[in-house]
Each structure stands twice: as structure tokens, then as C-alpha cells.
Design a protein around this ligand. Structure first.
Ligand code: ADP
Ligand code: MG
Length: 251
């Protein structure tokens, strides 16, 4: 069986009036249904560029990207994108924020309002449906942002450094929450991060990139027991071994 997402020999060069920047060179990897994959690498190595191509926002200069064997050629609801800033609308309530996507899209795959209310309750936001984002903690805001992304029922979730604006303590608990939501909804996710610990605590597989132009340096498959949460992984003795391996690869 083919992977849900296939990146095949993809390169991308940005063209501007003044010059060309080769951002990504000859990248290939696959992501299976339900898999959680992280991409790590030095700043400017092309991580965001890869996500933008998967989302159909940018076309590869060469190579191709397939989702369920179909070439990605435009933006579709196959892919949900969650950014560093949660981008919630401050003047809308939690419930209205969660519904923004389905109002705009009206496609038949979207979750129903009942399903969205169920998600709001399941993930600890009941009682806050009418609250404005400003009344929520950073962690709650990220959960709202994730539920809003899930509302369009994407096949693949893209997360671009979604926790980097949070303080350390909050970040640990939000990683736990977001991981548990993604796993219990059986979603496929690709997380971009420069935080090695975050990648080890959340992923099934880590793709390490070289500095620009980004090429694949190494792919590491993590073998934690399936039931462990990100916080529990951090306490596991093999966590430090993975940390050391990644640290050395990134030097
Ligand atoms: P990362 O997310 O890993 O930090 P990016 O994918 O944002 O890296 O960028 C990769 C490289 O491409 C960087 O050198 C960046 O300066 C360059 N780049 C990104 N976007 C553009 C653009 N729109 N035009 C020209 N160069 C760009
Ligand atoms: Mg980036």
C-alpha cells in the first residue's frame, strides 16, 4: 500500500527579481495514515517551505507531492494548517471561531455542528463556548485552534512550530493535549519544530534536514510504547538516547 502522503524528489528554488534561493533539494519521504512525523533542522533550511508545498500554497520546482496517489496542485481541504500564532478571531466566541472554516467552505466532508460541540466538550472547553479568546489560557487557545482545523476534516494536519510562543510549562501540557487529540481522532500530522525534545516526545518518526538547501540528513523511527503520552516519554530512559542522537546529527 502506498503512503497517504508521498514526497518524491522534491526541490524548490525561490525566484526573486534580484536572485535565486535554493531552499529544498531532492527531498523524498512518505507519511502513513495515522502517523505523526516531525521535521527538524536549522533555521532557514526549508521546513516551512516543505509544509507550504504539501498545503498546495507553493509548487515544487521539480519533483511531485502526492496525497492518496493524487498530485497536489492547489489548496484543498485535504490539508489543515496550524500556525505558531493561533490566529483566532478575537471578536468571535470560541464556538464561532471553531465554525469559521465550515461557514466558508460548506464542503460535505466538514464536521457537523453537533460533532464540533462534542469536540469542544471532549477536549475540556465546555462552559467556554461563548467566551472570547482573550478569556482563555494559551493552552486553551491552541485547543480551539486545533478543533477549528479539525472542523474541515483534513486528511493531514500541518503544524508549523505551534508551541513556540508558549512558556515552557504551558508548552509541555499543550504538547500532551494536542498529541492526545490528534491520536484519538486518528489524524495524520506533520510537525515542524526546532525543539528536539518536542519532536522526540510527540513523533513516530523524525526527519532531520541539513542546512539550506535542505536535504534529508537522516530519518529516525522512534520506538516508544504506543500508550505513552509525550510527558511520559520524557521520563523514559530511551528519551535521552534519542536526544543525544538528534543533538549530534544537528551539530
Ligand atoms: P525554515 O522554516 O526552515 O526556517 P523556510 O522554509 O522559511 O525555512 O525558508 C527556507 C529558505 O528560503 C530561507 O533561506 C528563506 O530565507 C528562503 N525563503 C523563504 N521564503 C522565501 C520567499 N518567499 N522568497 C525568497 N526566499 C524565501
Ligand atoms: Mg519556518
Amino acid at each position: 500500500m502506498n503512503a497517504l502522503l508521498e514526497i518524491k524528489n522534491v526541490s524548490l528554488t525561490y525566484q526573486t527579481l534580484k536572485n535565486e534561493t535554493e531552499a529544498i533539494k531532492n527531498i523524498s519521504f512518505g507519511v502513513n495514515q495515522g502517523e505523526f512525523v516531525s521535521i527538524v533542522g536549522p533555521s532557514g533550511c526549508g521546513k516551512t517551505t516543505i509544509l507550504s508545498m504539501i498545503a498546495g500554497l507553493l509548487k515544487p520546482t521539480s519533483g511531485e507531492i502526492l496525497i492518496e496517489n493524487e498530485k497536489v496542485s492547489k489548496i484543498t481541504t485535504n490539508v489543515g494548517y496550524m500556525l505558531q500564532r493561533d490566529n483566532l478571531f478575537e471578536w468571535l466566541s470560541v464556538y464561532q471561531n471553531v465554525c469559521v472554516g465550515i461557514k466558508i467552505n460548506k464542503n460535505k466532508n466538514c464536521l457537523s455542528k453537533e460533532q464540533l460541540i462534542a469536540l469542544i466538550e471532549k477536549y475540556g472547553l465546555s462552559g467556554f463556548e461563548k467566551s472570547k479568546p482573550a478569556e482563555l489560557s494559551g493552552g486553551m487557545r491552541q485547543r480551539v485552534s486545533l478543533i477549528r482545523t479539525l472542523a474541515l476534516n483534513p486528511k493531514i494536519l500541518l503544524l508549523d512550530e505551534p508551541f513556540s510562543a508558549l512558556d515552557y510549562q504551558t508548552r509541555l501540557s499543550v504538547q500532551n493535549d494536542i498529541h492526545s487529540i490528534i491520536k484519538s481522532e486518528n489524524k495524520t500530522a506533520i510537525l515542524v519544530t526546532h525543539d528536539i525534545s518536542e519532536a522526540i516526545s510527540m513523533s513516530d518518526k523524525i526527519i532531520i534536514l541539513t542546512k539550506r538547501p535542505g536535504t534529508i540528513k537522516k530519518i529516525i523511527t522512534l520506538n516508544f510504547e504506543k500508550s505513552l503520552t509525550p510527558l511520559e516519554r520524557r521520563e523514559n530512559p530511551v528519551f535521552n538516547e534519542y536526544f543525544k542522537t538528534l543533538w549530534e546529527e544537528l551539530q
